[in-house]
Write a protein that binds this ligand. Structure first.
Ligand code: ASP
Ligand code: MG
Length: 467
């Protein structure tokens, strides 16, 4: 297939040092040289986002020395990469990196003085990761003989609401991105956009949630009507299970938008869950590609599922560090207002519910949440529901999910899963099936999650040997 326009996203490991950046640039250049217009969207160098979050917290708690040490380490990393990519000490790239680091240092010092870290200041600080990656990628593309120009998310036209930390694009983003990038593209320049970030109407920097560079890339893809969005990774594509747990996990050739969202929701680190929305709205396919093996087709994510006979399930995925929150109280929970108060309390805290189940006696509701959210959830429930209800946490749980559009309307899929679990002596704590029938999920004890994943993967014939 010949392409006219591609958006290429490079993640943290594809940007981690000069070598990785040079390789990533060569992947974009390969397409540009055969006449494809490419927009590059970059993440922060691997680890930098976590470092920025950590140092911002250190500054807030008064440890400016720790924060400065961390900034110094990052600064060395950015300068080393620039130098190794061929930037002269007085070049624009080096000057730009120096200026950005200076602004970062001042912002962090401000947090230290005020001992206050608002979501807005945190976004300003954390977005420096991507902003500092973009000039490095531009430089690498230029070294490869291309003309390139880098932009922050805001400069590229990404306008968001002001939900700092989890901002969403405003409807007019798409027009703006098109306006800002089309000119560069038709002039033969490859735009390099700092991922993960946008800007509010008033010019405040926002971020799109962890893993948000995927979202930036699909926003740009929709805005420009790209042929495809390519998400380059350090893995082959989306796998049938975590290959660290299941040795014979295989690459999945085709997934639908719905399937990939379920996978993202159930803990597979494939794609930012919201990144699929712009694709759904525009019908643009996304390809997860391996940077180490660029000719391998990877995984194609498209509107239509492709179901293979005899394989109703495409992947098994697990979320670890889960807690079950049990809400119980005989005779009280059957009342709709009481159930409403439970969900109201959860909604106010903005906690993600992984699973919900209610017993038929109606005296018990179980919620599965990430253990990091458990304390908040307990507090919210205890404050927000009738005193007659008992609220308890059961930690040490994992949620296992099977995903695949082929199980819609198919009988016996759950039976196969439960037989596999029973054969391994795995106790099932909670069960739920979404009405979309794209997944069945179970909560199991954390200690059993690997054995359970292996057994279920085998039961559905997903391994290389059994396929
Ligand atoms: N650097 C950001 C993160 O680590 C965004 C991304 O990598 O997609 O969450
Ligand atoms: Mg990252």
């Amino acid at each position: 297939m010949s392409y006219d326009l591609l958006v290429m996203k490079f993640g943290g490991t594809n940007m981690q040092d000069s070598r990785a950046i040079r390789h990533s640039a060569s992947l974009a250049a390969r397409s540009v040289r055969v006449g494809v217009k490419v927009v590059v969207v970059v993440s922060a160098m691997a680890g930098v986002t976590n470092q920025l979050l950590k140092l911002a917290d250190a500054a807030q708690s008064g440890d400016i020395a720790a924060a400065n040490d961390e900034i110094a380490l990052m600064r060395t990393r950015h300068f080393t990469a620039a130098q190794e990519l061929g930037a002269a000490p007085d070049s624009i790239t080096v000057r730009e990196i120096r200026e950005m680091h200076e602004t970062l240092r001042q912002a962090v010092y401000g947090v230290y003085l005020l001992r206050e870290l608002t979501p807005r200041s945190r976004d300003l600080i954390v977005a420096f990761g991507e902003r500092l990656s973009a000039p490095l990628m531009s430089l690498a593309l230029e070294q490869d003989g291309l003309r390139a120009h880098h932009l922050s998310g805001g400069e590229a036209g990404i306008l968001t609401d002001s939900h700092f930390g989890n901002a969403k694009p405003m409807p007019n983003t798409y027009e703006r991105v098109k306006d800002r990038l089309s000119g560069l593209l038709s002039a033969g320049v490859t735009p390099v956009v700092a991922g993960f970030m946008g800007e509010t109407e008033k010019g405040a920097i926002t971020t799109l949630g962890r893993g948000g560079t995927d979202f930036s890339a699909t926003i740009v893809g929709k805005a420009l009507g790209a042929d495809e969005v390519w998400a380059w990774k350090d893995v082959d594509g989306v796998m049938s299970a975590d290959p660290r747990v299941v040795k014979d996990a295989q690459n999945i050739e085709v997934l639908s938008y719905g399937e990939v969202m379920e996978l993202a929701y159930f803990g597979a680190k494939v794609l930012h869950p919201l990144a699929v929305t712009p694709l759904q709205e525009s019908g643009i396919p996304l390809r997860v590609k391996s940077a180490a093996d660029p000719d391998f087709p990877g995984t194609l994510v498209q509107a239509q599922p492709r179901d293979e006979d005899g394989h109703p399930v495409k992947a098994v995925t697990a979320i670890r560090n889960v807690s079950i929150i049990n809400v119980s109280g005989a005779g009280v929970l059957g009342i709709p207002e009481v159930i409403a108060s439970v969900f109201d309390a959860i909604a106010r805290e903005n906690v993600t519910l992984l699973m919900v189940s209610q017993s038929s006696s109606m005296s018990n509701v179980s919620l599965a949440v990430q253990t990091v959210d458990a304390e908040r959830t307990l507090a919210a429930l205890r404050a927000g529901v009738s005193l007659e209800l008992k609220v308890e946490e059961q930690p040490g749980v994992a949620v296992l999910a099977i995903v695949g559009s082929g199980m819609r309307g198919q009988k016996g899929v759950s039976a196969r899963m439960f037989t596999a679990l029973a054969d391994q002596d795995v106790n099932v704590l909670m069960i739920s099936q979404g009405s979309s029938e794209l997944n069945v999920s179970v909560a199991v004890e954390a200690a059993h999650v690997d054995a359970a994943t292996l057994a279920v993967h085998r039961a559905f014939g997903l391994g290389a040997a059994t396929a």
